[in-house]
Write a protein of this length. Structure first.
Length: 497
Protein backbone atom coordinates (compact mmCIF):
# COMPACT_ATOMS: atom_id res chain seq x y z
CA UNK A 1 0.00 0.00 0.00
CA UNK A 2 1.42 3.36 -1.01
CA UNK A 3 1.79 6.45 1.18
CA UNK A 4 1.11 9.70 -0.63
CA UNK A 5 3.41 12.46 0.57
CA UNK A 6 3.64 16.24 0.33
CA UNK A 7 5.66 18.06 -2.34
CA UNK A 8 7.61 20.99 -0.93
CA UNK A 9 10.51 22.92 -2.43
CA UNK A 10 10.76 20.69 -5.49
CA UNK A 11 10.80 17.33 -3.75
CA UNK A 12 8.67 14.72 -2.04
CA UNK A 13 8.52 15.39 1.70
CA UNK A 14 7.42 12.79 4.18
CA UNK A 15 4.55 13.83 6.44
CA UNK A 16 5.57 14.31 10.07
CA UNK A 17 2.24 15.07 11.75
CA UNK A 18 1.45 11.42 12.37
CA UNK A 19 -2.02 11.97 10.89
CA UNK A 20 -3.16 10.20 7.70
CA UNK A 21 -6.28 9.63 5.64
CA UNK A 22 -7.28 6.48 3.78
CA UNK A 23 -7.38 6.39 -0.01
CA UNK A 24 -9.76 3.82 -1.45
CA UNK A 25 -10.55 2.33 -4.82
CA UNK A 26 -14.29 3.05 -5.08
CA UNK A 27 -14.83 0.24 -7.59
CA UNK A 28 -13.61 -2.43 -5.17
CA UNK A 29 -13.93 -0.76 -1.78
CA UNK A 30 -10.29 -1.66 -1.08
CA UNK A 31 -7.97 0.68 0.74
CA UNK A 32 -5.11 1.32 -1.69
CA UNK A 33 -3.09 3.92 0.11
CA UNK A 34 -2.85 6.43 2.84
CA UNK A 35 -2.26 10.11 2.46
CA UNK A 36 -0.25 12.25 4.87
CA UNK A 37 -2.24 15.04 6.56
CA UNK A 38 -0.24 18.23 7.05
CA UNK A 39 -0.16 20.06 10.32
CA UNK A 40 0.47 23.79 10.68
CA UNK A 41 4.28 23.54 10.57
CA UNK A 42 4.18 21.54 7.31
CA UNK A 43 1.87 24.10 5.69
CA UNK A 44 4.20 26.83 6.93
CA UNK A 45 7.17 25.06 5.32
CA UNK A 46 5.33 24.98 1.97
CA UNK A 47 4.38 28.66 2.21
CA UNK A 48 7.95 29.57 3.18
CA UNK A 49 9.30 27.72 0.16
CA UNK A 50 6.78 29.48 -2.10
CA UNK A 51 7.58 32.89 -0.60
CA UNK A 52 11.29 32.34 -1.15
CA UNK A 53 10.74 31.21 -4.73
CA UNK A 54 8.56 34.24 -5.47
CA UNK A 55 11.54 36.52 -4.98
CA UNK A 56 13.00 35.24 -8.23
CA UNK A 57 10.04 33.69 -10.13
CA UNK A 58 8.06 36.93 -9.99
CA UNK A 59 10.65 38.58 -12.21
CA UNK A 60 11.53 35.67 -14.54
CA UNK A 61 10.99 36.80 -18.13
CA UNK A 62 7.69 36.14 -19.85
CA UNK A 63 9.56 34.24 -22.54
CA UNK A 64 11.05 31.86 -19.97
CA UNK A 65 7.74 31.37 -18.14
CA UNK A 66 5.97 30.61 -21.41
CA UNK A 67 8.71 28.15 -22.37
CA UNK A 68 8.28 26.21 -19.13
CA UNK A 69 4.51 26.07 -19.71
CA UNK A 70 5.00 24.83 -23.27
CA UNK A 71 7.25 22.06 -21.89
CA UNK A 72 4.58 21.26 -19.32
CA UNK A 73 1.88 21.11 -21.98
CA UNK A 74 3.90 18.50 -23.88
CA UNK A 75 4.67 16.43 -20.79
CA UNK A 76 1.09 16.47 -19.61
CA UNK A 77 -0.16 15.52 -23.02
CA UNK A 78 2.14 12.52 -23.16
CA UNK A 79 1.10 11.45 -19.62
CA UNK A 80 -2.63 11.94 -20.07
CA UNK A 81 -3.38 8.23 -20.01
CA UNK A 82 -1.38 7.71 -16.82
CA UNK A 83 -3.13 10.62 -15.09
CA UNK A 84 -6.54 9.37 -16.22
CA UNK A 85 -5.73 5.95 -14.74
CA UNK A 86 -4.80 7.54 -11.40
CA UNK A 87 -8.11 9.42 -11.42
CA UNK A 88 -10.11 6.27 -12.17
CA UNK A 89 -8.29 4.32 -9.45
CA UNK A 90 -9.12 6.79 -6.68
CA UNK A 91 -12.20 8.67 -7.92
CA UNK A 92 -13.91 5.85 -9.80
CA UNK A 93 -15.04 7.71 -12.94
CA UNK A 94 -14.72 5.79 -16.21
CA UNK A 95 -11.40 6.09 -18.02
CA UNK A 96 -12.81 7.98 -21.03
CA UNK A 97 -14.37 10.54 -18.69
CA UNK A 98 -11.07 10.88 -16.81
CA UNK A 99 -9.30 11.48 -20.13
CA UNK A 100 -11.87 14.19 -20.89
CA UNK A 101 -11.10 15.83 -17.55
CA UNK A 102 -7.37 15.89 -18.33
CA UNK A 103 -8.08 17.36 -21.78
CA UNK A 104 -10.17 20.17 -20.27
CA UNK A 105 -7.37 20.89 -17.77
CA UNK A 106 -4.81 20.96 -20.59
CA UNK A 107 -6.83 23.77 -22.16
CA UNK A 108 -5.85 26.02 -19.29
CA UNK A 109 -2.18 25.11 -19.64
CA UNK A 110 -2.50 26.07 -23.30
CA UNK A 111 -4.12 29.34 -22.28
CA UNK A 112 -1.25 29.97 -19.86
CA UNK A 113 1.29 29.36 -22.66
CA UNK A 114 -0.03 32.61 -24.16
CA UNK A 115 0.82 34.60 -21.03
CA UNK A 116 2.92 37.22 -22.87
CA UNK A 117 -0.18 38.19 -24.82
CA UNK A 118 -2.50 37.94 -21.79
CA UNK A 119 -0.37 40.21 -19.62
CA UNK A 120 0.08 43.00 -22.15
CA UNK A 121 -0.61 46.34 -20.49
CA UNK A 122 -2.08 49.54 -21.87
CA UNK A 123 -0.48 52.89 -22.52
CA UNK A 124 -1.94 56.27 -23.32
CA UNK A 125 0.58 58.78 -24.54
CA UNK A 126 0.32 62.55 -24.13
CA UNK A 127 -2.66 62.44 -21.70
CA UNK A 128 -1.45 65.84 -20.66
CA UNK A 129 1.43 67.79 -22.05
CA UNK A 130 4.44 65.41 -22.11
CA UNK A 131 2.62 63.00 -19.74
CA UNK A 132 2.06 59.30 -20.50
CA UNK A 133 -0.05 56.80 -18.49
CA UNK A 134 0.55 53.03 -18.40
CA UNK A 135 -1.57 50.30 -16.81
CA UNK A 136 0.32 47.12 -15.97
CA UNK A 137 -0.51 43.99 -13.99
CA UNK A 138 1.85 42.33 -11.52
CA UNK A 139 1.79 39.05 -9.60
CA UNK A 140 0.42 38.83 -6.06
CA UNK A 141 2.99 36.57 -4.38
CA UNK A 142 2.04 33.22 -2.81
CA UNK A 143 -1.40 31.95 -3.78
CA UNK A 144 -3.21 28.90 -2.40
CA UNK A 145 -5.39 26.47 -4.35
CA UNK A 146 -7.83 24.21 -2.48
CA UNK A 147 -9.62 21.66 -4.61
CA UNK A 148 -12.50 19.10 -4.47
CA UNK A 149 -12.50 15.36 -5.06
CA UNK A 150 -14.60 15.32 -8.20
CA UNK A 151 -12.00 16.72 -10.62
CA UNK A 152 -8.61 15.88 -9.10
CA UNK A 153 -6.77 16.94 -12.27
CA UNK A 154 -8.96 19.52 -14.02
CA UNK A 155 -9.72 21.80 -11.08
CA UNK A 156 -6.08 22.14 -9.91
CA UNK A 157 -5.24 22.83 -13.58
CA UNK A 158 -7.84 25.64 -13.56
CA UNK A 159 -5.63 27.30 -10.95
CA UNK A 160 -1.89 26.75 -10.86
CA UNK A 161 -0.82 27.04 -14.54
CA UNK A 162 -2.30 30.53 -14.82
CA UNK A 163 -1.17 31.54 -11.33
CA UNK A 164 2.40 30.52 -12.16
CA UNK A 165 2.27 32.04 -15.63
CA UNK A 166 1.31 35.36 -14.01
CA UNK A 167 4.47 35.16 -11.86
CA UNK A 168 3.01 33.87 -8.58
CA UNK A 169 4.09 30.87 -6.57
CA UNK A 170 1.56 28.31 -5.38
CA UNK A 171 0.64 26.02 -2.50
CA UNK A 172 -1.99 23.44 -3.52
CA UNK A 173 -4.17 21.48 -1.09
CA UNK A 174 -5.99 18.84 -3.14
CA UNK A 175 -8.84 16.65 -1.96
CA UNK A 176 -7.69 14.03 0.53
CA UNK A 177 -10.01 11.48 -1.11
CA UNK A 178 -8.14 11.15 -4.43
CA UNK A 179 -4.80 12.94 -4.12
CA UNK A 180 -2.53 10.90 -6.43
CA UNK A 181 -3.49 12.51 -9.76
CA UNK A 182 -2.90 16.03 -8.38
CA UNK A 183 0.46 15.01 -6.96
CA UNK A 184 1.47 13.60 -10.35
CA UNK A 185 0.54 16.91 -12.02
CA UNK A 186 2.90 18.68 -9.64
CA UNK A 187 5.76 16.21 -10.18
CA UNK A 188 5.42 16.67 -13.94
CA UNK A 189 5.50 20.45 -13.55
CA UNK A 190 8.83 20.09 -11.80
CA UNK A 191 10.08 17.86 -14.62
CA UNK A 192 8.94 20.50 -17.12
CA UNK A 193 11.20 23.09 -15.50
CA UNK A 194 8.98 24.80 -12.92
CA UNK A 195 11.67 25.85 -10.38
CA UNK A 196 11.76 24.41 -6.85
CA UNK A 197 9.34 26.18 -4.53
CA UNK A 198 7.21 27.68 -7.30
CA UNK A 199 4.61 24.90 -7.02
CA UNK A 200 4.15 23.11 -3.68
CA UNK A 201 1.52 20.65 -2.54
CA UNK A 202 0.38 19.75 0.96
CA UNK A 203 -2.24 17.11 1.63
CA UNK A 204 -4.66 17.26 4.46
CA UNK A 205 -7.93 18.34 5.96
CA UNK A 206 -9.37 21.37 7.72
CA UNK A 207 -6.13 21.92 9.68
CA UNK A 208 -4.15 22.48 6.47
CA UNK A 209 -6.89 24.53 4.80
CA UNK A 210 -7.43 26.81 7.77
CA UNK A 211 -3.71 27.47 8.10
CA UNK A 212 -3.59 28.55 4.44
CA UNK A 213 -6.57 30.86 5.04
CA UNK A 214 -4.82 32.53 7.96
CA UNK A 215 -1.17 32.50 6.90
CA UNK A 216 0.11 36.09 6.61
CA UNK A 217 2.27 35.25 3.57
CA UNK A 218 -0.63 33.87 1.46
CA UNK A 219 -1.92 36.68 -0.73
CA UNK A 220 -4.85 34.97 -2.43
CA UNK A 221 -6.94 31.82 -2.22
CA UNK A 222 -8.69 29.94 -5.02
CA UNK A 223 -11.17 27.38 -3.73
CA UNK A 224 -13.52 24.94 -5.44
CA UNK A 225 -15.81 22.68 -3.40
CA UNK A 226 -19.14 22.56 -1.61
CA UNK A 227 -21.12 25.70 -0.71
CA UNK A 228 -20.71 25.62 3.09
CA UNK A 229 -16.92 25.22 2.83
CA UNK A 230 -16.72 27.80 0.02
CA UNK A 231 -18.44 30.28 2.31
CA UNK A 232 -16.13 29.42 5.21
CA UNK A 233 -13.09 29.83 2.94
CA UNK A 234 -14.36 33.11 1.55
CA UNK A 235 -15.24 34.62 4.92
CA UNK A 236 -12.09 33.48 6.72
CA UNK A 237 -9.63 34.38 3.98
CA UNK A 238 -11.33 37.74 3.38
CA UNK A 239 -11.24 38.52 7.08
CA UNK A 240 -7.50 37.85 6.89
CA UNK A 241 -7.10 40.38 4.09
CA UNK A 242 -6.71 37.94 1.22
CA UNK A 243 -8.17 38.01 -2.26
CA UNK A 244 -10.56 35.05 -2.60
CA UNK A 245 -12.48 33.23 -5.29
CA UNK A 246 -14.50 30.41 -3.74
CA UNK A 247 -16.61 28.31 -6.09
CA UNK A 248 -19.36 26.31 -4.40
CA UNK A 249 -22.03 23.74 -5.11
CA UNK A 250 -24.87 23.67 -7.58
CA UNK A 251 -28.29 22.42 -8.57
CA UNK A 252 -28.40 22.90 -12.31
CA UNK A 253 -31.74 23.09 -14.10
CA UNK A 254 -32.36 22.13 -17.72
CA UNK A 255 -35.51 23.73 -19.14
CA UNK A 256 -37.22 21.81 -21.97
CA UNK A 257 -39.79 23.70 -24.02
CA UNK A 258 -42.51 21.78 -25.93
CA UNK A 259 -40.93 22.60 -29.31
CA UNK A 260 -37.56 21.01 -28.39
CA UNK A 261 -36.18 18.00 -30.23
CA UNK A 262 -37.14 15.48 -27.53
CA UNK A 263 -34.62 12.82 -28.47
CA UNK A 264 -31.84 15.37 -28.33
CA UNK A 265 -33.15 16.70 -25.01
CA UNK A 266 -33.43 13.18 -23.53
CA UNK A 267 -29.88 12.31 -24.67
CA UNK A 268 -28.60 15.52 -23.15
CA UNK A 269 -30.45 15.05 -19.85
CA UNK A 270 -29.15 11.48 -19.43
CA UNK A 271 -25.56 12.41 -20.33
CA UNK A 272 -25.49 15.45 -18.08
CA UNK A 273 -27.34 13.88 -15.13
CA UNK A 274 -25.58 10.53 -14.95
CA UNK A 275 -22.12 11.25 -16.45
CA UNK A 276 -19.42 10.84 -13.80
CA UNK A 277 -22.22 9.37 -11.61
CA UNK A 278 -23.67 12.86 -11.19
CA UNK A 279 -20.57 13.98 -9.28
CA UNK A 280 -20.08 17.10 -11.37
CA UNK A 281 -20.80 20.67 -10.33
CA UNK A 282 -22.20 21.20 -13.84
CA UNK A 283 -24.35 18.04 -13.77
CA UNK A 284 -27.98 18.55 -14.69
CA UNK A 285 -29.90 17.50 -11.58
CA UNK A 286 -33.30 19.00 -12.42
CA UNK A 287 -35.19 18.87 -15.70
CA UNK A 288 -38.01 21.39 -15.91
CA UNK A 289 -40.48 20.08 -18.48
CA UNK A 290 -42.93 22.65 -19.78
CA UNK A 291 -46.43 21.25 -20.50
CA UNK A 292 -47.37 19.23 -22.43
CA UNK A 293 -43.95 17.70 -23.00
CA UNK A 294 -43.48 16.01 -19.58
CA UNK A 295 -44.87 12.49 -20.10
CA UNK A 296 -43.09 11.93 -23.39
CA UNK A 297 -39.81 13.40 -22.18
CA UNK A 298 -39.82 11.35 -18.97
CA UNK A 299 -40.51 8.17 -20.92
CA UNK A 300 -37.58 8.84 -23.30
CA UNK A 301 -35.21 9.69 -20.44
CA UNK A 302 -36.31 6.53 -18.57
CA UNK A 303 -35.66 4.27 -21.58
CA UNK A 304 -32.16 5.63 -21.93
CA UNK A 305 -31.45 5.57 -18.17
CA UNK A 306 -32.43 1.88 -17.89
CA UNK A 307 -30.03 0.99 -20.73
CA UNK A 308 -26.89 2.47 -19.13
CA UNK A 309 -24.02 0.15 -18.30
CA UNK A 310 -22.67 0.65 -14.81
CA UNK A 311 -19.42 -0.92 -13.70
CA UNK A 312 -15.79 -0.27 -12.81
CA UNK A 313 -14.20 2.69 -14.56
CA UNK A 314 -11.41 0.47 -15.86
CA UNK A 315 -13.86 -1.62 -17.94
CA UNK A 316 -14.22 0.03 -21.37
CA UNK A 317 -17.91 -0.95 -21.59
CA UNK A 318 -18.82 0.91 -18.38
CA UNK A 319 -20.58 4.20 -18.98
CA UNK A 320 -20.82 5.12 -15.30
CA UNK A 321 -18.62 4.14 -12.37
CA UNK A 322 -19.10 4.08 -8.59
CA UNK A 323 -19.49 6.99 -6.17
CA UNK A 324 -16.56 8.30 -4.16
CA UNK A 325 -17.29 6.65 -0.78
CA UNK A 326 -19.74 4.17 0.74
CA UNK A 327 -21.13 6.93 2.97
CA UNK A 328 -21.78 9.19 0.00
CA UNK A 329 -23.38 6.30 -1.94
CA UNK A 330 -25.74 5.62 0.98
CA UNK A 331 -26.64 9.28 1.31
CA UNK A 332 -27.37 9.60 -2.42
CA UNK A 333 -29.51 6.45 -2.37
CA UNK A 334 -31.52 7.71 0.62
CA UNK A 335 -33.01 10.51 -1.48
CA UNK A 336 -35.00 8.05 -3.60
CA UNK A 337 -37.29 6.49 -0.91
CA UNK A 338 -37.53 9.92 0.73
CA UNK A 339 -38.76 11.44 -2.54
CA UNK A 340 -41.35 8.64 -2.86
CA UNK A 341 -42.59 9.34 0.67
CA UNK A 342 -42.77 13.04 -0.11
CA UNK A 343 -44.99 12.41 -3.16
CA UNK A 344 -42.65 12.08 -6.16
CA UNK A 345 -43.06 9.28 -8.71
CA UNK A 346 -39.99 7.04 -8.80
CA UNK A 347 -39.81 6.13 -12.48
CA UNK A 348 -36.39 4.45 -12.33
CA UNK A 349 -35.04 3.20 -9.00
CA UNK A 350 -31.35 2.37 -9.09
CA UNK A 351 -30.80 2.03 -5.38
CA UNK A 352 -30.48 -1.74 -5.21
CA UNK A 353 -27.90 -2.15 -7.99
CA UNK A 354 -25.21 -4.74 -7.41
CA UNK A 355 -22.26 -4.98 -9.81
CA UNK A 356 -21.15 -8.58 -10.16
CA UNK A 357 -17.60 -9.16 -8.97
CA UNK A 358 -17.59 -5.71 -7.33
CA UNK A 359 -19.97 -6.29 -4.44
CA UNK A 360 -17.86 -4.13 -2.12
CA UNK A 361 -17.63 -1.24 -4.59
CA UNK A 362 -19.52 1.99 -3.93
CA UNK A 363 -21.98 1.55 -6.77
CA UNK A 364 -25.49 2.86 -7.04
CA UNK A 365 -27.70 2.70 -10.12
CA UNK A 366 -29.30 5.69 -11.78
CA UNK A 367 -32.64 6.99 -10.53
CA UNK A 368 -35.29 9.14 -12.18
CA UNK A 369 -37.85 11.00 -10.08
CA UNK A 370 -40.90 12.60 -11.73
CA UNK A 371 -43.40 15.19 -10.51
CA UNK A 372 -40.89 16.52 -8.02
CA UNK A 373 -41.89 19.76 -6.29
CA UNK A 374 -39.66 22.47 -4.80
CA UNK A 375 -40.49 21.52 -1.21
CA UNK A 376 -39.02 18.01 -1.55
CA UNK A 377 -35.50 17.20 -0.26
CA UNK A 378 -34.54 15.77 -3.65
CA UNK A 379 -35.17 19.20 -5.14
CA UNK A 380 -33.76 21.34 -2.35
CA UNK A 381 -30.43 19.60 -1.74
CA UNK A 382 -27.39 19.15 -3.94
CA UNK A 383 -27.46 15.33 -4.06
CA UNK A 384 -24.23 15.01 -6.08
CA UNK A 385 -25.12 11.58 -7.41
CA UNK A 386 -27.03 9.91 -10.27
CA UNK A 387 -30.51 11.05 -9.24
CA UNK A 388 -32.39 13.18 -11.76
CA UNK A 389 -35.51 15.09 -10.68
CA UNK A 390 -38.15 16.17 -13.20
CA UNK A 391 -40.35 19.12 -12.27
CA UNK A 392 -43.42 19.88 -14.37
CA UNK A 393 -44.17 23.52 -15.25
CA UNK A 394 -47.22 24.99 -16.99
CA UNK A 395 -45.35 27.72 -18.86
CA UNK A 396 -41.96 29.25 -19.67
CA UNK A 397 -42.68 31.93 -17.05
CA UNK A 398 -43.29 29.37 -14.32
CA UNK A 399 -40.15 27.46 -15.33
CA UNK A 400 -37.84 30.46 -15.27
CA UNK A 401 -39.38 31.65 -12.01
CA UNK A 402 -38.47 28.29 -10.49
CA UNK A 403 -34.90 28.37 -11.81
CA UNK A 404 -34.35 31.93 -10.63
CA UNK A 405 -35.64 31.18 -7.15
CA UNK A 406 -32.89 28.58 -6.61
CA UNK A 407 -30.22 29.50 -4.09
CA UNK A 408 -27.63 28.30 -6.58
CA UNK A 409 -26.77 29.72 -9.98
CA UNK A 410 -23.91 27.69 -11.40
CA UNK A 411 -25.07 26.42 -14.80
CA UNK A 412 -28.36 26.04 -16.63
CA UNK A 413 -29.61 25.15 -20.10
CA UNK A 414 -32.62 25.57 -22.33
CA UNK A 415 -33.68 23.10 -25.00
CA UNK A 416 -35.83 24.64 -27.73
CA UNK A 417 -36.00 25.37 -31.45
CA UNK A 418 -37.39 28.84 -30.74
CA UNK A 419 -34.68 31.51 -31.07
CA UNK A 420 -36.85 34.14 -29.39
CA UNK A 421 -37.44 31.98 -26.32
CA UNK A 422 -33.75 31.11 -26.15
CA UNK A 423 -32.87 34.79 -26.35
CA UNK A 424 -35.21 35.64 -23.46
CA UNK A 425 -33.73 32.81 -21.42
CA UNK A 426 -30.14 33.95 -22.01
CA UNK A 427 -31.00 37.41 -20.74
CA UNK A 428 -33.39 36.52 -17.92
CA UNK A 429 -31.86 33.47 -16.28
CA UNK A 430 -29.85 33.97 -13.09
CA UNK A 431 -26.83 31.70 -13.54
CA UNK A 432 -23.20 32.18 -14.47
CA UNK A 433 -23.04 29.64 -17.30
CA UNK A 434 -25.88 29.16 -19.73
CA UNK A 435 -26.35 26.56 -22.46
CA UNK A 436 -28.68 26.82 -25.42
CA UNK A 437 -29.22 23.22 -26.51
CA UNK A 438 -25.95 22.48 -24.67
CA UNK A 439 -26.47 20.64 -21.37
CA UNK A 440 -23.11 21.18 -19.62
CA UNK A 441 -21.96 24.62 -20.72
CA UNK A 442 -18.44 24.52 -19.23
CA UNK A 443 -16.70 27.46 -20.89
CA UNK A 444 -13.58 26.98 -23.00
CA UNK A 445 -10.30 28.03 -21.41
CA UNK A 446 -10.24 31.54 -22.87
CA UNK A 447 -13.62 32.41 -21.37
CA UNK A 448 -14.10 32.26 -17.60
CA UNK A 449 -15.92 29.68 -15.45
CA UNK A 450 -18.08 30.59 -12.49
CA UNK A 451 -21.55 30.64 -11.03
CA UNK A 452 -23.79 33.17 -9.34
CA UNK A 453 -25.42 33.27 -5.90
CA UNK A 454 -24.38 30.41 -3.56
CA UNK A 455 -22.30 28.86 -6.35
CA UNK A 456 -19.52 31.43 -6.06
CA UNK A 457 -18.27 33.72 -3.31
CA UNK A 458 -15.89 36.42 -4.49
CA UNK A 459 -15.67 38.76 -7.44
CA UNK A 460 -13.72 36.80 -9.99
CA UNK A 461 -14.68 33.74 -11.98
CA UNK A 462 -11.92 31.21 -12.58
CA UNK A 463 -9.49 30.93 -15.57
CA UNK A 464 -9.87 32.98 -18.79
CA UNK A 465 -9.52 36.76 -18.45
CA UNK A 466 -10.95 36.70 -14.92
CA UNK A 467 -8.24 34.21 -13.95
CA UNK A 468 -5.49 36.54 -15.17
CA UNK A 469 -7.08 39.41 -13.26
CA UNK A 470 -7.48 37.32 -10.12
CA UNK A 471 -3.81 36.32 -10.08
CA UNK A 472 -2.47 39.83 -10.72
CA UNK A 473 -2.99 43.32 -9.37
CA UNK A 474 -3.15 46.47 -11.41
CA UNK A 475 -0.75 49.35 -11.28
CA UNK A 476 -1.10 52.62 -13.14
CA UNK A 477 2.01 54.67 -13.80
CA UNK A 478 1.88 58.33 -14.77
CA UNK A 479 5.15 59.60 -16.25
CA UNK A 480 6.48 62.95 -17.28
CA UNK A 481 9.97 63.40 -18.64
CA UNK A 482 10.24 67.10 -18.33
CA UNK A 483 11.41 69.34 -21.05
CA UNK A 484 14.30 71.47 -19.78
CA UNK A 485 11.98 74.46 -20.00
CA UNK A 486 9.38 72.91 -17.55
CA UNK A 487 9.29 73.99 -13.94
CA UNK A 488 7.42 75.86 -11.26
CA UNK A 489 5.27 74.97 -8.25
CA UNK A 490 1.49 74.43 -8.57
CA UNK A 491 -0.55 73.53 -5.45
CA UNK A 492 -3.78 72.91 -7.45
CA UNK A 493 -5.15 69.37 -8.00
CA UNK A 494 -3.53 67.83 -11.08
CA UNK A 495 -5.67 68.46 -14.15
CA UNK A 496 -4.87 67.61 -17.70
CA UNK A 497 -4.12 70.18 -20.31
P1 LIG B 1 -15.70 19.79 -0.06
O1 LIG B 1 -16.20 21.18 0.13
O2 LIG B 1 -16.05 18.77 0.93
O3 LIG B 1 -14.08 19.81 -0.13
C1 LIG B 1 -13.38 20.71 -0.94
C2 LIG B 1 -12.02 21.00 -0.29
O4 LIG B 1 -12.23 21.60 0.98
C3 LIG B 1 -11.20 19.74 -0.05
O5 LIG B 1 -9.86 20.02 -0.36
C4 LIG B 1 -11.40 19.47 1.43
O6 LIG B 1 -10.29 18.84 2.04
C5 LIG B 1 -11.60 20.86 2.01
N1 LIG B 1 -12.48 20.85 3.19
C6 LIG B 1 -13.49 19.99 3.46
N2 LIG B 1 -14.08 20.31 4.62
C7 LIG B 1 -13.43 21.39 5.11
C8 LIG B 1 -13.59 22.19 6.28
N3 LIG B 1 -14.54 21.94 7.19
N4 LIG B 1 -12.76 23.25 6.45
C9 LIG B 1 -11.80 23.53 5.55
N5 LIG B 1 -11.62 22.79 4.41
C10 LIG B 1 -12.41 21.74 4.20
O7 LIG B 1 -16.13 19.36 -1.53
P2 LIG B 1 -15.98 17.92 -2.22
O8 LIG B 1 -16.96 16.99 -1.61
O9 LIG B 1 -14.57 17.53 -2.30
O10 LIG B 1 -16.46 18.28 -3.72
C11 LIG B 1 -17.80 18.28 -4.12
C12 LIG B 1 -18.39 19.66 -4.06
O11 LIG B 1 -17.63 20.57 -4.84
C13 LIG B 1 -19.81 19.72 -4.64
O12 LIG B 1 -20.59 20.56 -3.82
C14 LIG B 1 -19.61 20.34 -6.02
O13 LIG B 1 -20.73 21.02 -6.54
C15 LIG B 1 -18.49 21.29 -5.72
N6 LIG B 1 -17.78 21.65 -6.95
C16 LIG B 1 -17.99 22.90 -7.44
C17 LIG B 1 -17.38 23.27 -8.60
C18 LIG B 1 -17.59 24.65 -9.19
O14 LIG B 1 -16.91 24.97 -10.13
N7 LIG B 1 -18.50 25.45 -8.67
C19 LIG B 1 -16.54 22.36 -9.28
C20 LIG B 1 -16.33 21.10 -8.73
C21 LIG B 1 -16.97 20.76 -7.55
Amino acid sequence: MKTIQHWIDGKSVEGTSGRHGDVTNPATGERTGRVAFADVSEVDAAVESAAKAFASWGSVSLAKRAQVLFNYRELLNSHRDEIASLITAEHGKVHSDALGEVARGLEIVELACGIPQLLKGEISTQVSTRVDVESIRQPLGVVAGITPFNFPAMVPLWMFPLAIACGNTVVLKPSEKDPSATLRLVELASEAGVPDGVLNLVHGDKTAVDRLLEHPDVAAVSFVGSTPIAKHVHDTASANGKRVQALGGAKNHMLVLPDADLDQAADAAVSAAYGSAGERCMAVSVVVAVDPVGDELVSRIADRARALTIGPGTDPVSEMGPLITAAHRDKVASYVPKAREQGAEVVVDGTDLMVEGHENGFFVGVSLLDKVTPDMDAYRDEIFGPVLAVVRAASYEEAIGLINSSRWGNGTAIFTRDGGAARRFRLEVEAGMVGVNVPIPVPVGYHSFGGWKDSLFGDHHIYGTDGVHFYTRGKVITTRWPDPSDGGIDLGFPSNS
